[in-house]
Ligand binder design. Sequence first.
Ligand SMILES: NC(=O)c1ccc[n+]([C@@H]2O[C@H](COP(=O)([O-])OP(=O)(O)OC[C@H]3O[C@@H](n4cnc5c(N)ncnc54)[C@H](OP(=O)(O)O)[C@@H]3O)[C@@H](O)[C@H]2O)c1
Length: 246
Amino acid sequence: MTEPRVLLVAGGSGSIGSAIARLALSQGWQVALHGRDPEKLQGRLVALAPLGTIDGFAVDLGDDDAAEVLVCEVAEQFGRIDAVIDCTASGPAGITGPFPETSPEAYGEFLRVSVGWVQRLAHASYDLLAQQGGTLIAFVSDAGIYAAPRQALIGAARAGTIGFIRNFAMEAARDGIRAHVISPSFVEDSDSARRMRSERMAKAARRAGLGLPTAEDIAPLALFLCSDGARRMTGQVISVNGGLNA
Ligand SMILES: NC(=O)c1ccc[n+]([C@@H]2O[C@H](COP(=O)([O-])OP(=O)(O)OC[C@H]3O[C@@H](n4cnc5c(N)ncnc54)[C@H](OP(=O)(O)O)[C@@H]3O)[C@@H](O)[C@H]2O)c1
């Protein structure tokens, strides 16, 4: 009998990560769910545990060795890692908005979380992913692909993540590792949508011909990219935005 595959969802206690975890459990994956706030993480675990094998890992990515600690704990618990999906999100004040009002400090912080964290996760999980012919997926936002007003800093940082993953993918393919980027724009019913002004969401919803996606609309793509069906694909940047940007 083949052993169940193991998926690490970094930022898995959030909206998109927990939808991915739910679908992964229904497909027979074992899931390592990461988050920062232990209470919130525990709440997600209680809801998801009836669906399959899942464990939680509360690690704050503020520490330089956070990725190594997280990956080591998951490997110790499950014995293997077949896929890592990074859904961590941080939105320091001043990362978006009219350019004169944005903050160089917020940019540094955001860059450290987005590009810095993803490359550390890639380092920490490289050998484990290579053993399984595994997949690394980073979530960004459409600001990294499509230009728009008020998005200069977040767009630059997200473009950095995309540049990292595409270059990483070209090299890591030699070791059997695949890597992709998934890019939402506005996600209905997500925590970040709830934090956003409702008129911005309503305007985006009017422009999205297919309707804005929910986290449940995005999860199947993430798991397809980690599946054997996608074994000849790597380095792709796929936007799921309901027709907002193309
Ligand atoms: N939702 C949207 O509308 C939208 C739109 C465009 C792009 N995206 C991108 O899609 C991805 C997933 O978004 P989401 O809506 O699922 O985000 P979310 O609900 O805000 O979840 C964020 C996750 O990151 C974790 N996290 C944040 N700061 C952390 C830290 N310092 N240390 C450890 N964990 C930390 C959170 O844990 P805690 O909750 O415990 O802090 C949570 O698990 C992100 O890259 C986001 O930028 C989302």
